[in-house]
Ligand binder design. Structure first.
Ligand SMILES: Nc1nc2c(c(=O)[nH]1)N[C@H]1C(S)=C(S)[C@@H](COP(=O)(O)OP(=O)(O)OC[C@H]3O[C@@H](n4cnc5c(=O)[nH]c(N)nc54)[C@H](O)[C@@H]3O)O[C@H]1N2
Ligand SMILES: Nc1nc2c(c(=O)[nH]1)N[C@H]1C(S)=C(S)[C@@H](COP(=O)(O)OP(=O)(O)OC[C@H]3O[C@@H](n4cnc5c(=O)[nH]c(N)nc54)[C@H](O)[C@@H]3O)O[C@H]1N2
Ligand SMILES: [Mo]
Length: 759
C-alpha cells in the first residue's frame, strides 16, 4: 500500500531546517498570524474580526477548547486562534465556476493544503452518479437526494452520521435527535480518534468522563504535570495560564519525547516584558520514550506508597475502592523495567518524586500523547491512581485535566453525540419527544470505516470535519468511502473528503462561528462548552460568506422534515426559527442545563456540575473512585525499527494546513519530514537531509508506505520518531487501536526507514 504525494500541485514541499527553538509566542507569533490574517481577509476585516474573538458578546474562538479567562483582554491574543479565524473569515471563495473548471479527478490530485486554500464554499453542490464534476443544486433537491438514499436503506443502521467538534450545542443536539428519530445510534465523532481514551478511563474510575479542574484550580496548584501535550502550538492560551500558575508558586513537570518550545519558555505577547524575555515554564523535563507513561506513573505510585505519610489515607478510606489490589500491583513495579520503558534515568524519576511529595495540590494535564496508544486507557487510569493516592481529586488546585481539542468537542458529547449513549439519556429523549430511540449501540469511527468497507453501511453524512483525511489507514478508508451509495458533507471549506466520494455526493455549505446567523425570530446565538465544562454563548458578526449558506441547525431541521415527514414528533420548524426553543428542550433533557436560556445570557456563561469536583461524589459502578491495577505495558520495538508518533505542526489545524512551516521546531517550507534522534540515525545510517520512505509494520503483514520524507536529526527520545499527520495516516493500520476506547494508535506506529528510490 503506497500513498503517493499529490501530483500536479503547485505547492512545493522542500523542507528547510534550522533546529528547534527554545521559546514560544512573543513578537514572531504576532507578526506571523497578522500576516496570515491579512493575506486571507485584508486589513480592515482582520482588525474587526480579531477584536471579537472570545470577547463578551463576540464569538467563541473556533481554535481550541481551552477556557477563556475571567478577565478577557481587549484582544486576548493567540497566534493559532488568529489563524483559525483567518482561515474561516477568508475573502477567497469556491464558487460553482470553480467546480465547473475542476473535475473531481483533478481535485483528487491536489494536496489538502491546496484544497483548503481555495476559500469558502458558497453553494450546495451535487456530484451525480457517473458525473465527473460537481454541479450546483438547490437546497430542496439536495435534501430530496439524501432522503431518497436514506429511504432506500434496508435498515437505519446502514447510515452513518459523523460529527466533528466545531458543531454548536444546538446543532449537535438536533443532529443526534434526528439520527435517533430516524432510527440509529451510528454517531461516530472526532472524539473517537481524540479523547475517547480519556473518557473511557475517567468514566470508569471517577464516574464522569470529563476533566475535574477549572481554570482557577491551575492558579492554586503546587504542581502541574503536562504529559503528552504541546500547548505552545495547540492550546497557546494555556501558556498564559501556566505562566500565572507559576507566578503563584506552582512547579511544572513536562513529560514528552520532544522538547516542545512552548513548554520551555513562554513569551507572553500580552505583556511588554513577556514579549522580550519571557518566562521559563518547565522545572523538570522528563524526556520519555513514546508509550512509557504508564510505567512512569506506576513507579511513582510505588514510590509514594513506600513513603511514610505520603498517602492520603483518609481520602482513600472514605472515597475509593480497589486500593489493596492496586497497591499490590504498584509495589511490584520494577526500577529496571521502568527505566527501559521510559528511557529516563533514576535521578530524573527521583527528582520528579521529590516534587510530587512536596506538592499538596497536583494537577495532571494531558492530550494526544497519552490517548493515542494501544494501552492509553490503562495509562490514563494510572494517572488517576496517581492523583487518588494523595487525595488530588475534588479539592481546589488539584485534579484531572484532559485538554480537549476541537472548540466544542466536549459539548457535542454532552448533547448526545455518542454511539454508546447512556440509557438515562435515551429515557430523557423518549420522555421529552415521545418517540422510542434505538437502544442498540452504534458504530464508532473505526467500526464505521469497517462497515463501509464491508458494504454494511451505505450512506455517510458528516456534520463538519474531514473524515477521510483524519481517519487512519488512508488507503483502506478511501476505498471504503468509495463503496458508499451517498456521501454528504456539511462544510465551510473544501477538503479531501469532498473528492473521495460515494456513487453520489453532496457538499452542503454552512455558516462558520464568525458569521451572523439570521433566522425567523431574528439574530441567533449558539452555545459551546469548553474543556473545563463552562458553557457560554457565541455570536457571529460577519456577513456570511455567501447568501446561499444555511446554518447547521437549519440544515438539520430541513433535512429532518424532509426525511421524517409528518410522522416526526419533533417541532423542527419551530427549532429552526428560534434556537432558544432548542435550548428549552436541552434544559429538560440534559442534566446541568436547567434554566439554560437565562443562565447562558449572563456574561461568561455557567459551569456544568461535576460531582467528583464539586462534592467528592463518584457516580461509578461502585459509588466510589476506583483504583485500578492493570498490568504495565509499553510498546515493543523490534531491532532496527523506530516508534513513530504522528503529530501536528505549528501551521495546521488537524487536516487544515495553514502553511508549510513549523516555526518552533525550526522547519520551514515543507511537511514531509521525519524527526529522528541523531544517535538512532547514526545506527540506522540515515543522514540528515537524506530522503526515506516510512514503512509501517503491523501484525496483519501488510506493508504500509509513505514515500519521500526528509530526515531531520532532532533531539527526540531514543528509539522514537515523529512526522506530521495527516500525511502519515496511511501508516496507521485500521486495526491498531487502543484497548477499550478503540482510538487509533496514531502515536505508536512501528516503522522502518528505507532509503527513497531516487529518479
Ligand atoms: N493550532 C492548532 N490547535 C489545535 C489543533 C491543531 O491541529 N492546531 N488540534 C486540536 C485538537 S482536535 C486536539 S486533539 C489538540 C491536540 O493537541 P496535542 O495533543 O498537543 O497535539 P499533538 O500535535 O498530537 O501533540 C502530541 C504531543 O504529545 C507528545 N507525545 C507523543 N507521544 C507521547 C507519549 O507516548 N508520551 C508523552 N508523554 N508524550 C507524547 C508529542 O511529542 C506532542 O508534544 O489540539 C487542538 N488544538
Ligand atoms: N495520524 C493522526 N490522525 C489523527 C490525529 C493524530 O494526532 N494523528 N488526531 C485525531 C484528532 S485528535 C482529531 S480531533 C481528528 C480531527 O478530525 P476532523 O474533525 O474530522 O478534521 P478537521 O481537520 O478538524 O476538519 C476540518 C474541516 O472541517 C470543516 N469545518 C470547519 N469549521 C466548520 C464549521 O464550523 N462547521 C462545519 N460544518 N464544518 C466546518 C471544514 O470544511 C474543514 O475542511 O483527527 C484525528 N486524526
Ligand atoms: Mo482532537
Amino acid at each position: 500500500m503506497v500513498s503517493k504525494p499529490p501530483q500536479g500541485d503547485p505547492v512545493q514541499d522542500a523542507p528547510q531546517v534550522s533546529g528547534p527553538q527554545h521559546a514560544a509566542a512573543g513578537l514572531p507569533a504576532v507578526r506571523h498570524s497578522l500576516a496570515m490574517a491579512r493575506e486571507q481577509m485584508g486589513v480592515r476585516r482582520t482588525a474587526l474580526t480579531l477584536l471579537r474573538v472570545n470577547q463578551k458578546n463576540g464569538f467563541d474562538c473556533p481554535g481550541c477548547a481551552w477556557p477563556e479567562g475571567e478577565r478577557r483582554h481587549a484582544a486576548e491574543f493567540c497566534e493559532n486562534g488568529a489563524k483559525a479565524v483567518a482561515e474561516e473569515a477568508t475573502l477567497r471563495r469556491v464558487t460553482p465556476d470553480f467546480f465547473a473548471a475542476h473535475p473531481v479527478a483533478d481535485l483528487a490530485h491536489r494536496s489538502g493544503y491546496w484544497l483548503g486554500q481555495q476559500g469558502r464554499l458558497t453553494h450546495p453542490m451535487y456530484l451525480a452518479e457517473g458525473a465527473d464534476r460537481y454541479e450546483p443544486v438547490s437546497w430542496e433537491r439536495a435534501f430530496d437526494i439524501v432522503a431518497e438514499e436514506l429511504d432506500a436503506l434496508a435498515s437505519p443502521d446502514e447510515a452513518l452520521f459523523y460529527t466533528s467538534g466545531r458543531t454548536s450545542n444546538e446543532a449537535a443536539f438536533l443532529y443526534q435527535l434526528f439520527a435517533r428519530e430516524f432510527g440509529t445510534n451510528n454517531l461516530p465523532d472526532c472524539s473517537n480518534m481524540c479523547h475517547e481514551s480519556s473518557g473511557s478511563a475517567l468514566t470508569e474510575t471517577l464516574g464522569v468522563g470529563k476533566g475535574s479542574v477549572l481554570l482557577e484550580d491551575l492558579y492554586k496548584a503546587d504542581l502541574i504535570v503536562v504529559a503528552g501535550q504541546n500547548p505552545g502550538t495547540n492550546h497557546p492560551r494555556m501558556l498564559s495560564a501556566l505562566e500565572k500558575a507559576k507566578a503563584n508558586g506552582a512547579r511544572i513537570i513536562s513529560v514528552n519525547p520532544l522538547p516542545e518550545a512552548g513548554l520551555e519558555r513562554f513569551k507572553n505577547p500580552q505583556t511588554p516584558r513577556g514579549l522580550v524575555r519571557g518566562a521559563a515554564l518547565t522545572d523538570l523535563f522528563l524526556q520519555i520514550r513514546i508509550g512509557g507513561d504508564q510505567a512512569l506513573f506506576r513507579l511513582l505510585n510505588k514510590l509514594v506508597l513506600e513513603t511514610e505519610g505520603a498517602v492520603d489515607e483518609e481520602f482513600v478510606r472514605e472515597h475509593t475502592h480497589g486500593y489493596e489490589e492496586f497497591a499490590a500491583a504498584a509495589r511490584a513495579a520494577d526500577w529496571d523495567e521502568t527505566l527501559a520503558a521510559t528511557g529516563l534515568t533514576r535521578a530524573e524519576i527521583e527528582k520528579a518524586l521529590e516534587m510530587v511529595l512536596a506538592s499538596k495540590r497536583t494537577i495532571v494535564c494531558w492530550a494526544m500523547g497519552l490517548t493515542q496508544h494501544k494501552h492509553s486507557v490503562p495509562t490514563i487510569r494510572e494517572v488517576v491512581n496517581f492523583l487518588l493516592l494523595r487525595g488530588n481529586v475534588g479539592r481546589p488546585g488539584a485534579g484531572v485535566c484532559p485538554v480537549r481539542g476541537h472548540s466544542n468537542v466536549q459539548g457535542d458529547r454532552t448533547m448526545g453525540i455518542f454511539e454508546r449513549p447512556a440509557p438515562a439519556f435515551l429515557d430523557a429523549l423518549e420522555k421529552e419527544f415521545g418517540f422510542a430511540p434505538p437502544r442498540e449501540h452504534g458504530l464508532d469511527v473505526v467500526r464505521a470505516i469497517e462497515a463501509l468497507r464491508d458494504g454494511r453501511a451505505k450512506v455517510f453524512f458528516a456534520m463538519g470535519g474531514n473524515f477521510v483525511s483524519a481517519s487512519p489507514d488512508t488507503a483502506v478508508t478511501e476505498a471504503a468511502m468509495r463503496r458508499a451509495r451517498l456521501t454528504v458533507h456539511v462544510s465551510t471549506k473544501l477538503n479531501r473528503s469532498h473528492v473521495v466520494t460515494g456513487a453520489r455526493a453532496l457538499i452542503l455549505p454552512t455558516l462558520g462561528r464568525t458569521e451572523r446567523d439570521l433566522q425567523g425570530s431574528g439574530e441567533q446565538v449558539v452555545t459551546v462548552e469548553d474543556s473545563m465544562g463552562m458553557v457560554h454563548a457565541s455570536r457571529g458578526r460577519l456577513e456570511p460568506a455567501s447568501e446561499h449558506l444555511l446554518s447547521e441547525p437549519a440544515i438539520v431541521c430541513r433535512l429532518a422534515r424532509r426525511v421524517l415527514g409528518e410522522g416526526s414528533t419533533v417541532p423542527w420548524e419551530e427549532f429552526e426559527k428560534d434556537y432558544a426553543a432548542i435550548r428549552d428542550r436541552i434544559a429538560r433533557v440534559v442534566p446541568g442545563f436547567e434554566d439554560f436560556n437565562a443562565r447562558v445570557a449572563r456574561p461568561g456563561g455557567f459551569a456544568l456540575p461535576h460531582a467528583p469536583r464539586d462534592e467528592r461524589r463518584f457516580p461509578t459502578a461502585t459509588g466510589k473512585a476506583n483504583f485500578t491495577a492493570a498490568p504495565v505495558e509499553y510498546p515493543e520495538v523490534p531491532e532496527g525499527r523506530l516508534l513513530l508518533q504522528t503529530l501536528r505542526s505549528h501551521d495546521q489545524y488537524n487536516t487544515t494546513v495553514y502553511g508549510l512551516d513549523d516555526r518552533y521546531r525550526g522547519i520551514r517550507n515543507g511537511r514531509r519530514v521525519v524527526l529522528v534522534n541523531p544517535e538512532d540515525a547514526r545506527e540506522l545510517k540515515v543522514a540528515d537531509g537524506s530522503y526515506v520512505d516510512l514503512v509501517s509494520e503491523w501484525t496483519d503483514g501488510v506493508e504500509r508506505r509513505a514515500p519521500g520524507f526528509r530526515v531531520v536529526h532532532y533531539p527526540t527520545a531514543r528509539g522514537c520518531a515523529a512526522a506530521y499527520y495527516p500525511e502519515t495516516n496511511v501508516l496507521v493500520p485500521l486495526g491498531a487501536t487502543a484497548d477499550t476506547s478503540n482510538t487509533p494508535a496514531s502515536k505508536s506506529v512501528v516503522v522502518r526507514l528505507e532509503q527513497s528510490a531516487t529518479d
